[in-house]
Design a protein around this ligand. Structure first.
Ligand SMILES: [Zn+2]
Length: 348
């Protein structure tokens, strides 16, 4: 499979993560991409490295002031007396507060939903490179789709991931929403119906939020039950979209420990909903953290399960861009990626 990757994404490699009150090393580190890239290469896939920057308007899915915070916030933070090397918020606007002052400490709390998205000196470069990667992959796919090429699928090795990022808020290791940027790219190029299927173990809350009132992008997510798992405050079955977007958002929360057989049953159900929508392009938000061995484990997919997942997704026979989301370091992280890609290719 054709793979796009930007070495510049490695400019972002967060150091800290707070888990159950402990400050630990962030699981979303640059090494993840090295593992995924090496595994893909060893399995015979072709990797195209992206070096140039895109200034595509697809990025306008994000709020201008938020982009400015991502670009310039670290500079302001770094001149604060005694500030750390990464912006980590220690105060957030509560449910009963409405002001939004410009001080950098409050901006951090306003634009960063949690402590899992530290911003370092080069975070913007890394996040932008991740978005550049998805635009390059989307552009490649669109050309192939227009030319009716048989091989109408591509994998975008993105990191940092994107699906927890809202139009104006970072969260859960994510800054720019790569899948939303891809969908926006296709729409700007004249397509009218896009589906995003999120199989990351965490609910794709940012993606849901961005398209919640729209009917041109169907958002479907399979994920660990948010009543006991991140992102907690979104991802429930009754969240079906609003206004024009009503019935264009579908959530499938899954119980802790859900394994291959039950997972595939629900995935088939999700695929049927997507086929009924008749999208021109399918975007897969591929988290590999549904793995039984993921350090953040909640579900229990095996490597064979990922092979099956690839097969099921391919069975939709839609032009498909697979976008890397989560999936953290375990002995089988690379195998889970290559199994997914193999399952997909074998069924096309
Ligand atoms: Zn995840």
């Amino acid at each position: 499979m054709k793979i796009f990757f930007s070495p510049k994404t490695q400019n972002h490699s967060p150091k800290t993560f707070i888990s159950r009150g402990h400050v630990i090393e962030s699981p979303e580190r640059a090494e993840r991409a090295d593992i995924l890239r090496t595994a893909a290469k060893n399995a015979g896939h072709t990797i195209t490295e992206i070096f140039s920057e895109h200034h595509h308007s697809a990025l306008d899915i994000h709020d201008e002031a938020y982009i400015s915070f991502l670009k310039n916030g670290w500079q302001q933070w770094s001149i604060l007396d005694g500030s750390s090397k990464e912006i980590i918020p220690n105060v957030h606007p509560g449910r009963n507060m409405n002001a939004n002052p410009s001080a950098i400490v409050s901006a951090a709390g306003y634009y960063q939903a949690d402590t899992a998205c530290p911003i370092g000196e080069k975070t913007w470069e890394g996040a932008k490179a991740s978005a550049d990667t998805v635009i390059a992959a989307a552009s490649y796919l669109l050309d192939r789709h227009k030319n009716n090429e048989h091989e109408n699928f591509v994998y975008s090795l993105c990191r940092p991931p994107g699906h927890h990022a809202y139009a104006d808020q970072a969260g859960g290791f994510c800054f720019l929403n790569n899948c939303a940027i891809a969908a926006n790219f296709f729409l700007k190029q004249g397509l009218t119906k896009i589906a995003i299927l999120d199989v990351d173990v965490h609910h794709g809350n940012g993606t849901q939020g961005i398209f919640y009132e729209r009917s041109d992008v169907l958002t479907v997510s399979l994920h660990g039950d948010p009543s006991e798992y991140y992102p907690f405050f979104a991802g429930y079955e009754e969240e079906v979209g609003l206004a024009n977007g009503k019935n264009f958002n579908i959530n499938f929360p899954l119980s802790r420990g859900t394994a291959d057989i039950e997972y595939m049953r629900v995935l088939q159900k999700a695929l049927r909903k997507i086929k009924d929508f008749k999208p021109q392009i399918l975007i897969i938000a591929l988290g590999l953290d549904a793995s039984e061995e993921d350090p953040l484990a909640f579900l229990a997919l095996t490597t064979k399960g990922f092979l099956e997942l690839g097969k099921v997704i391919a069975s939709a026979k839609l032009p498909t861009i697979i976008v890397q989301e989560g999936g953290y370091i375990s002995p089988i992280l690379g195998d889970n990626l290559t199994a997914t890609l193999k399952g997909f290719e074998n069924n096309r």
